[in-house]
Design a protein around this ligand. Structure first.
Ligand code: WTA
Length: 652
């Protein structure tokens, strides 16, 4: 008998069925997609591929699968930019808005599908003139301006693979990624606007390129009008080249399995992995999920994913999914608190946004800023909300539902990864009854099982999340390292993809993500997930945000240490700390009561908003800190250390 291997402590029984009006109008309103996929998973995906994508030549075989290598839609050819642009313009939708772009300073651009096709074709010709050929890799290091999606699409038009490097990364990170991918060209900008000021990008590229021998050219978009050095013969201004380029550039037909892009995920210590995504399967799954998970009605919706294009969320759900589906989207350059903490709500109101897709870490920040910010604006255009990136605690879910969604919008909590390319576990909003904090069920055509330490399936309770079927947008490998691909994802549980996440399955079969298994704590032999304890902490009215870690402990193996940010109105004190500890015991049980709760001003996060628990463990165990280069704000660790030494809960 297989036993649950991670404790199941929290119990959430609120249920939100699809609102009847939403369901009546939804693209999917019953179980038929699930039934179809259950009956024949390959035939299901083949139908999606033929319905949602335009192929230059049809595929002859849906799937060739020899673990860990998948080939989807074998023999098919297509071009991604043609699917995202030309076919919509040819269908008479050239004047439809693709992007309502808004710069942080308040400047705006309205870009139609015809505009985008024109600029992508010109820039594709520029890339060719600069010597970029089919099969080459191009690095992109840019702010969130319209030229960023243009750059991605121009690469796909000529069959070059892009490798987007998030604009917040340092010169060293650029060097690692450019050299690993042997990129020929870098596309960048002088800078971008962040928190009301220009933030330079080109100087980082200049510094990096001193160590990148493969790069022969740099294209620079002028955004901030700041002074930059242009290296003669290597560097070119985007506007000069694009202005004089021809707007005719026939799309290159690509094999379904040709490389579309590389995107690097940074492990906590090891060398970043160049995740490989290919053409036909990726586009099929992102188009399918973008359409059905967001219930997209392209004629009337104004969709907004507030992620950065530098992450997979931006690739799949700002660029490729929405454009393949002919959607109208919002694209915003800056931060949510510039000039005021209501910037996002102002944008929602002005453009009449219908779907908003954001991260739990952002939602907890909005909670901390208070409901009065969204209340300044009319958010009644919203009809659906989404979350991605980490588990959403029920408290934040309910706040989002109430204060942003006005109690009427379904929330799609989407679990997936850079490696999966597209959504994997998520509700379908017209079908699934929601439980706050649960990503609910695998999508049609996706196989998920939880297993124990021996790889045996678990029917109820906590275990390791594995994927049992190949899926179209799965990663095809790690660039240059097939062995690492197999070892990382396919060797832990034979025959299965291991995602690295823990999850539990409840009595109704709902899935609850429990965070990375590396973070699971072992307290007196009980394996307790960070997610459940954090949710219980945030459930206390004084707690705005929380992160917990297991610190080694003589008595219990590991002891739970909770770092919490309290709301503005709470007075930090030893009594409050005690009350918060007891709250966790009351909510999910005494084994999960943190040994210490430390009130801190901030938490260490990566630029994409994920909490770096490794650093908190270092603090809790009094060690020197490991690598801090991926931190969004390196100064927070010092503040946390002094709180741990002297603040409430320090036991001083
Ligand atoms: C976590 C982001 C719980 C998870 C698309 C996963 C989530 C990692 C969720 C991938 C969710 C993402 N609920 N956890 N809805 N979405 N995660 O590669 O740990 O940046 O393995 O991709 O984020 O992060 P990545």
């Amino acid at each position: 008998m297989s036993q649950p291997t991670i404790s199941d402590l929290a119990n959430e029984d609120r249920l939100f069925p699809p609102p009847p009006a939403f369901q009546a109008a939804a693209l999917a309103s019953d179980n038929s997609l699930y039934r179809e996929a259950d009956a024949d998973h390959e035939a299901f995906w083949a139908r999606q591929a033929r319905e949602l994508i335009t192929w230059s030549s049809d595929f002859h075989t849906t799937l060739e699968w020899e673990l860990p290598d998948a080939r989807w839609f074998v023999g098919g050819t297509l071009n991604v930019s043609e699917n995202c642009l030309d076919r919509h313009v040819a269908a008479g939708k050239g004047t439809k808005v693709a992007f309502h772009w808004e710069g942080e300073p308040g400047d705006t651009r309205t870009i139609t599908y015809a505009d985008l096709l024109d600029e992508v074709s010109r820039f594709a010709n520029v890339l060719k003139d600069l010597g970029v050929e089919k099969g080459d890799r191009v690095a992109i290091y840019m702010p969130m301006i319209p030229e960023l999606p243009v750059a991605l699409l121009a690469c796909t038009r000529i069959g070059a693979a892009h490798s987007v490097i998030f604009g917040g990364f340092s010169p060293d990170s650029i060097v690692d990624r450019v050299n690993d991918g042997e990129c020929k060209l870098v596309i960048t900008a002088d800078g971008g606007f962040r928190r009301g000021a220009p933030s330079p990008l080109k100087p980082n590229v200049d510094e990096a390129l001193a160590s990148c021998p493969s790069v022969t050219g740099v294209v620079v978009v002028r955004r901030t009008d700041t002074e930059v050095t242009m290296v003669e013969g290597r560097d070119h201004w985007y506007h000069e080249l694009v202005g004089s380029a021809s707007p005719e550039c026939p799309p290159e037909p690509m094999d379904s399995e040709d490389l579309l892009f590389l995107l690097y995920t940074s492990g906590t210590t090891a060398k970043p992995k160049g995740i490989m995504h290919t053409t036909g399967g990726y586009l099929t799954q992102v188009a399918f999920t973008h359409k059905y998970v967001f219930d997209l009605k392209p004629e009337t919706d104004v969709y907004w994913c507030s992620a950065d294009v530098g992450w997979i969320t931006g690739h799949s759900y700002i660029v490729y999914g929405p454009l393949a589906n002919g959607a109208t989207s919002v694209l915003y350059e800056g931060t949510p608190d510039t000039p005021g903490k209501d910037r996002l709500w102002d944008i929602v109101e002005r453009y009449g946004v219908t779907q908003l897709y954001t991260a739990p870490t952002a939602i907890r920040m909005f909670m901390k800023w208070g409901a009065e910010e969204p209340e300044k604006h009319d958010l009644s255009s919203l009809r659906l909300l989404g979350t991605v990136g980490e588990p959403i605690n029920p408290e934040a879910w309910i706040w989002y539902h109430t204060h942003i969604g006005g109690g009427r919008c379904p929330i799609v909590d989407t679990w997936w990864q850079t490696e999966t390319g597209g959504h994997m576990i998520t509700p379908l909003p017209g079908v699934t009854a929601l439980k706050p904090g649960s990503a609910t069920f695998p999508l049609p055509g996706i196989g998920v099982e939880l297993v124990d330490d021996h790889g045996q399936p678990i029917e109820r309770g906590g275990g390791y999340l594995t994927l049992t079927l190949p899926w179209p947008s799965m990663l095809r490998g790690i660039w240059g390292d097939p062995q690492r691909y197999f070892d990382t994802y396919w060797s832990t549980y034979p025959g299965r993809y291991f995602a690295g996440d823990g999850a539990k399955i409840d009595d109704d079969g709902y899935l609850w993500l429990l965070g990375r298994v590396d973070d699971v704590m072992n307290v007196s032999g009980h394996r307790i997930s960070t997610t459940e304890v954090e949710s219980a902490l945030v459930d206390h009215p004084a707690v705005a945000e929380a992160a917990v870690v297991g610190a080694s402990d003589d008595l219990t193996g590991q002891a739970i240490v909770g770092y919490v940010i309290v709301v503005n109105t709470a007075e930090p004190s030893d009594e409050l700390v005690e009350e918060i500890r007891q709250h966790v015991a009351h909510k999910i049980g005494p084994t999960a009561r943190p040994k210490r709760v430390i009130i801190v001003p901030d938490l260490p996060k990566t630029r994409s908003g994920k909490i770096m628990r490794r650093l908190l463990r270092d603090v809790a165990e009094g060690r020197d800190l490991g690598d801090t280069t991926t931190l969004a704000d390196p100064t927070v660790v010092d503040a946390i250390r002094s709180s741990a030494a002297e603040g409430p809960g320090s036991g001083r």
